[in-house]
Design a protein around this ligand. Structure first.
Ligand SMILES: [Zn+2]
Ligand SMILES: [Zn+2]
Length: 231
């Protein structure tokens, strides 16, 4: 069980009912991490080395660029480009004939793949989220009031459902896991029922026989809400 340092923000997030509570926590966490990248992380040599090695995914590169501190970003890119330069200096590994069973040794191909698929922000967010999931399992075990908070949620999105249930399965006694599983799947199924109805209404509104019938607000927002549910 990881440290219980996130029980307060989790309780706060689960006290509101506004979409997936963990998506709201993730948004805050991502924002703090982006601020950290362009701020305090710049001053920590160990962290700088990690950032140089991993770089950023397209989404987070875009979000970093949208923030104010352009000099920090340029300095990060400067040393990251040096790291990429080292990668491109690696000579190609020789392939030993077409039918050779021996795999060629790794070269820039693997290193480029690894760098292309890694992101400092994603990694940091994912690792903190893992603590959130563990802390949720802990709260589920220890705090009956948290059960009510979980039950009051409109839904947990797909990826956060996965994280919460995996942590429950890993860290809880069978009876606790069972009740967590049933609670989360029940609230998601309740939400799913409404979403399916609204998506149906959206598609039906395109039928020429319904021309002139105004679309309901629920149908109008169905695609957006279904995508938030499927995140
Ligand atoms: Zn979510
Ligand atoms: Zn990323």
């Amino acid at each position: 069980m990881s440290e219980k340092i996130f029980t307060i923000p989790i309780n706060e997030a689960f006290s509101e009912q506004d979409g997936c509570p963990l998506c709201r926590m993730r948004e805050k966490l991502e924002d703090t991490t982006l601020g950290y990248v362009l701020g305090a992380a710049m001053m920590e040599p160990d962290v700088r080395i990690k950032m140089n090695e991993t770089g950023f995914c397209a989404d987070h590169a875009e979000k970093l660029r949208a923030r104010k501190n352009k000099l920090s970003l340029a300095l990060i890119l400067q040393s990251h480009l040096d790291e990429v330069d080292k990668l491109y200096e690696t000579p190609a590994a020789e392939k030993k004939g077409l039918f050779s069973s021996r795999q060629p040794s790794p070269d820039g191909a693997e290193a480029a793949r690894e760098m292309a698929d890694s992101c400092f922000v994603c990694k940091k967010v994912r690792s903190t989220e893992r603590h959130y999931f563990s802390n949720i399992a802990y709260l589920w075990e220890k705090d009956p009031a948290f059960h009510e908070k979980m039950k009051s949620q409109p839904f947990l999105c797909l990826s956060h459902t996965a994280g919460v249930l995996e942590a429950g399965k890993r860290e809880l006694k069978n009876a606790d896991y069972l009740s967590l599983y049933e609670t989360v799947t029940a609230l998601n199924r309740r939400c799913l029922e409404g979403l399916k109805r609204d998506i149906d209404a959206f598609t039906v509104s395109f039928d020429h026989r319904n021309a002139g019938t105004p679309m309901t607000e629920e149908a109008r927002s169905a695609i957006e809400r279904a995508q938030a549910f499927l995140k």
